[in-house]
Design a protein around this ligand. Structure first.
Ligand code: HEC
Length: 145
């Protein structure tokens, strides 16, 4: 009986997703990190299709674009609270220059809107612009730890 319980417990443990954010205590910070992770993962998906590592389909390209657009639109809400956590990489400059931060989020949306999802080639052509807008915001507002 005891053995069975241990066995079941180990299945439950294995089934839990490994979260990179499990040590983040502040919930608002955790949520904005999760949003950025969605953005990163979606960019990786688009990148893999653009490079032919994953098969290109217009449907998955367009779904990925929608995911990015929704995530970009969520930046304002997820960063609005000036909260912090020892693991946060957000610069306090975000809340001192809120309008500029939002402008960078808007630029990011604009670049995503320009992404053509009709072929692997058009994806590849649009990735650079999007990547630059990640970099432009990170340069000013993300402190790499
Ligand atoms: C408007 C600003 C802005 C834009 C645009 C932006 N980021 Fe971020 N990103 C941030 C900030 C600020 C943080 C730090 C969040 C924290 O730790 O509190 C961050 C953190 C991250 C992280 C770390 C998340 C974690 O788990 O700690 C990743 C990965 C990331 N961004 C990827 C991207 C990628 C890829 C793009 C573009 C496709 C992008 N970001 C666009 C501001 C931005």
């Amino acid at each position: 009986m005891k053995k069975k319980i241990i066995f079941l417990a180990s299945i439950v443990f294995l089934a839990l997703p490994v979260s990179a954010h499990q040590n983040v205590k502040n919930d608002a910070v955790k949520q904005r990190m999760q949003l950025m992770t969605v953005i990163k993962d979606t960019m990786a998906k688009i990148g893999a299709m653009a490079r032919g590592l994953d098969p290109f389909t217009e449907e998955s390209a367009s779904t990925a674009k929608q995911t990015l657009l929704m995530a970009a639109a969520d930046i304002e809400a997820k960063f609005e609270l000036n909260e912090t956590d020892p693991l946060s990489e957000s610069s306090p400059a975000i809340w001192e220059n809120w309008e500029d931060f939002i402008e960078k989020a808007d630029d990011f949306s604009f670049m995503i809107e320009g992404l053509e999802t009709t072929s692997a080639e058009t994806l590849a052509a649009g990735l650079g612009n999007i990547g630059q807008s990640c970099g432009s915001c990170h340069k000013t507002y993300r402190i790499k730890k």
